[in-house]
Design a binder for this molecule. Structure first.
Ligand code: SF4
Ligand code: F3S
Ligand code: FES
Length: 254
């Protein structure tokens, strides 16, 4: 055995049934956790299931938990992990286990489908409107999202409360609602959709209590809480306490 061997404790199993299996594997300078998973597959555990694609932090496939923290396996350098402790690899805790490190992230795609698409304004010809730079920058930040779902996995409102899943879209998709609500050209209201009301009533914005764990784990360093969730909460509150909206709701109920 090389002096640079490290112990890995990897959750192995299927459909939620299983346990930890220990391996020792050689680690070389500069390697990331996914390198070690690949070495294990090549040498000791050919049937170890892991999802990955780009190995460049851009496809969002290799999400798992390293020592209990949601991370991209391909972007986690071995050198950032405590050198004297085993490296513990587990699947994302908030989603059903498929096999070994692979989880079923269908929940996220279902939530994505619940967010109504951008509605272009009627009668606006291409090139007729010039976006302000700050509006462009806001959308660009949110669109750096690689859909790794680490934020969805870490948010306690999902992670610790399976029962919330039906009502709560999670930070990634509330960020999408925020992006659309703040888009200067979105004309969803012309279709009868009130994005702010839907953020609260359909996507569960109230479940977020601004713990910012989502922002901490985002590999794209998107300021999910400060730039999307808090502004969306402010916009929902503005709408709720707008005297005209209040009056309209009273008249509408008569
Ligand atoms: Fe991943 Fe960040 Fe997108 Fe969440 S917002 S899915 S953590 S890239
Ligand atoms: Fe969850 Fe992020 Fe809010 S972690 S509670 S969505 S700030
Ligand atoms: Fe693509 Fe890790 S393999 S993000």
């Amino acid at each position: 055995m090389s002096r640079n061997d490290r112990e890995f404790r990897i959750w192995r199993g299927e459909g939620g049934e299983g346990g930890f299996v220990s391996y020792r594997v050689e680690v070389n300078e500069g390697e990331v956790v996914l390198d070690l998973v690949h070495r294990l597959q090549a040498t000791q555990a050919p049937d170890l299931a892991v999802r990955w694609n780009c190995k460049a932090g851009k496809c969002g496939s290799c999400s798992a938990e390293v020592n209990g923290r949601p991370r991209l396996l391909c972007m986690t350098r071995m050198s950032v992990l405590p050198p004297d402790e085993p490296v513990v690899l587990t699947p994302l805790r908030a989603f059903p286990s498929v096999r070994d490190l692979v989880t079923d992230v269908t929940f996220n795609y279902a939530k994505a489908r619940e967010v109504a698409a951008f509605v272009p304004p009627a009668g606006l010809a291409p090139g007729e409107y010039r976006m302000r730079q700050e509006d462009v920058a806001r959308s660009q930040e949110f669109r750096k999202c690689i859909e790794c779902f680490l934020c969805q996995d870490t948010c306690h409102a999902v992670r610790d409360h399976e029962e919330n899943k039906a009502a709560f879209a999670g930070p990634r998709f509330l960020m999408r609602v925020a992006e659309l609500d703040m888009h200067p050209l979105d004309a969803a209201d012309s279709t009868g959709l009130d994005r702010r009301a839907s953020a609260q009533d359909s996507h569960g914005l109230g479940y977020c209590n601004i713990t910012k764990c989502c922002t901490e784990v985002c590999p794209e360093h998107i300021k999910i809480t400060d730039n999307a969730l808090i502004p969306l909460k402010e916009r929902v509150a503005d709408r709720k306490y707008d005297p005209l909206v209040w009056l309209g709701s009273k008249i509408g109920r008569r």
